[in-house]
Design a protein around this ligand. Structure first.
Ligand SMILES: [Zn+2]
Length: 175
């Protein structure tokens, strides 16, 4: 390309009349809002009069259950607040921006007793590693409480184990 154009003189591009530059939010197509992150802003050319006048309302600052990534219920004590994109429909997890979408469902893991073991399986929370004996698997597929160490039910005070689970899940959701 550069070879074939070597003899063609360089001319500066003059923007035609009636064309303007504007920066918009690339998720909503509206003007950037309070929570539009820089990576969701795009500057483009617009025909004069077609630049959006409304401000983005899809980016929202939201409370989320840190363990499950769902909307928090009254028993979710560990919460994170982050900017998410709230759209009125769900997308499968293989959609590129799935991780930044606002959750559509409320956490069912946390309840008045702490953690519901059945829900822990649904959320695919892995059991805490057996630090004293790493070669021994701590899960038992026939036991609904397999994600907990033997001898615990999930309803007793197993707060150390819960914290380990919570921490590993938090790291997953805090990206
Ligand atoms: Zn929760």
């Amino acid at each position: 390309m550069s070879k074939s154009l070597a003899d063609v003189p360089v001319r500066p591009f003059t923007k035609p009349a009636g064309i303007v530059n504007a920066t918009v939010d690339n998720k909503s197509g509206l003007l950037p809002g309070t929570y539009t992150p820089p990576e969701h802003m795009v500057t483009d050319l617009f025909a004069e009069g077609t630049v959006p006048t409304e401000t983005d309302n899809l980016h929202q600052y939201m409370d989320i259950c840190a363990t499950t990534g769902d909307l928090p219920n009254d028993f979710c004590t560990d919460r994170i607040t982050k900017v998410v994109v709230k759209l009125p429909y769900t997308v499968p997890s293989n959609v590129a921006d799935f991780a930044i979408r606002a959750p559509q469902t409320t956490c069912t893991l946390h309840n008045a007793y702490g953690i519901d073991p059945e829900q822990a399986e649904k959320y695919q929370l892995s059991p805490p590693p057996d630090v004293d004996n790493p070669s021994t698997p701590t899960t038992n597929p026939d036991n609904g409480n397999g994600w907990l160490p033997p001898g615990t039910t999930g309803l007793n005070d197993a707060s150390d184990d819960r914290n380990t689970i919570r921490r590993s899940a938090n790291n997953r959701n805090r990206q």
